[in-house]
Every structure is written in C-alpha cells, then in structure tokens.
Design a protein around this ligand. Sequence first.
Ligand SMILES: Nc1ncnc2c1ncn2[C@@H]1O[C@H](COP(=O)(O)OP(=O)(O)OP(=O)(O)O)[C@@H](O)[C@H]1O
Length: 294
Amino acid sequence: MNNAEIIISAQGLRKSFGRKEVLHGLDFEVPAGRIYGLVGHNGAGKTTTLNAVLGLTNCEGTIRVLGEDPFARRAQLMENVAFISDVASLPRFLRVRELFALLSNIHPNFSQEKARSFLEGTDIRMDAKIKHLSKGMIAQLHLAVVMAIDAKLLVLDEPTLGLDISYRKRFYRRLLEDYMTEERTLLITTHQVDEIEFMLSDIMFMRDGEIILHMQMESVNEKFSQLVVTDQVKVASARSLGPVYEETRFGQTVMIFDGADRGELEKLGQVSTPSISDLFVALMQRPTANPSAA
Ligand SMILES: Nc1ncnc2c1ncn2[C@@H]1O[C@H](COP(=O)(O)OP(=O)(O)OP(=O)(O)O)[C@@H](O)[C@H]1O
C-alpha cells in the first residue's frame, strides 16, 4: 500500500466565494485502490473539494489528480476520471440505446458492451426513453454508464440521493463487486454513511472547510473505542478515563474514547468500535479531532 500510486494530492488547498473562504488549506493524499468516504455536515465543503478534484473549480494551493492539474487539464483528465452527482442529469429525450451510442462517440474509455451487460437483470430496456424511466431506474442507468467507463478515479457525490433503501444497497454492492479493483479509486460523499461503512477503506471528516480526521478504517478500529456502561456505579470511573464524547441512550451511558486501553474499558462495560456515524457525531464536538493526521 505504501508504494501505491498517489491518485489525488492536495497541499494548502483554499477556496473562497467572494470574501468567504470555504476551504481553509486542505492537505491530503489519496492512494490508488482505496475507497474513501468524505463525511461532513451540510456546507462543510465536501462538494467544493470534489469540484476541485474534478477541475470544476479553480482553487488556491496545489491539487494534482493523476499527476495533473485538474483545472488546467480537465479534458484530458476526464478520460480517466468518472463522476456521479445528485445534480448530474442524463439527456431525458434520448433512448437508452442512443445514449450509449452518444457516449461511445464522446468518451474514449466507454464500453457499450459493458454498459449493456450492467443493465441485464434490470427492467431497463435498450429502446426505453430516459424520460419514461423511474428515479431508481435512472440511478441504475447512471451507474451502468459510469461502470462502463474504464476510469482510474470514480467520484460519487451523494450518488443515491432520493433512492429507496433496497436500491441504495444494490447500488453499492454492484459498485463493489463489479467495478472496484486494485487500480481503481473511489471517493464517495453521502449523509448515509452507515450504508457505505462496510466498503470503505479510509474516511475523511470535514468540518467548516477543514479536514478534522483522515484515517484508514483499520486505524479507526485501533484508535477509537465505544463503551456502553449499564452499571451506573461505574460511570464515574469510565469518565475518569477521559472520553471524548458521552451521551445517554435508553438509560445507558455511551462513551467514545480516543486511544484508551480496551482492557481497562472492558472492566466497566461493553466495548466495541464506534460506527462511523457515532464517531462523526463525537468528533464534531471537539475543537480538533486529529490535527497531525491527513
Ligand atoms: N457557487 C457558490 N457560491 C457561493 N458560495 C458557495 C458556492 N458553492 C458553495 N458555496 C458555499 O461553500 C460552502 C461549502 O459548500 P459545499 O457545497 O462544498 O458543502 P457540502 O459539504 O458539499 O454541503 P452539502 O452536504 O450540503 O452538499 C457553503 O457555505 C456554501 O454555501
């Protein structure tokens, strides 16, 4: 993994809209073969960061994608980068067959054959007009199109917004099973992080234009612990070990610890690794979660 090609690197990445700075100097690297979850509240700067990666917005500082400046070399870069966003739309007046023909004319790495094979098993017919497809079918079509592009980097900005739970699950399973390889890299933002946690290799938490946590999932497992204390007598002892977060759930005290000894915690209650969403809630309260990481 140490020798993996660096797919994205950012140094001192800043973005302002008018007088308001929304990215405050991000530093990060994304190596090949990883699946990154970018998590943050509304307005944290996730889409702006993705737009910088995709060359859709010009920023201060340095950003390189596959070694290129995405803003200056967007057209060339798009041969190896694919993108799904909640706002992207497919041309509604076309039939599916026409869409595939159009894409194979404009995208050098798009395979009609692959796109067709991804539609097998769905209700989408090649002669269907896109405007007659349901929202879920359009999402499936979108995914089929993107998976048929032989890209090194796939960026997904809230790709399953508005879809029901079974579509969402199928969408991510498909992506993992039929698309992901060691040469490919995925960068995903979603507010439903619990649904993608199973497939992530790394997480990045953003708050107010800063990265407050950047970590491999294995390290999350080693570094953070969640303790559920049912015996109220033990709460004070647990508190003395310095949790970074504490809340009461159904009469039990739930605490999150950063770097605590699990053996010690086990004497006080039930210990596990916090889910990404619980960790997110916990770390959003802190002044700085992990200043040295990223
Ligand atoms: N074109 C723009 N002009 C002015 N301000 C903008 C523009 N785009 C984004 N912003 C501001 O930049 C900040 C970051 O927005 P961004 O869309 O990157 O956040 P986000 O984390 O993707 O949020 P969400 O989860 O709601 O999509 C917000 O305060 C937003 O209002």
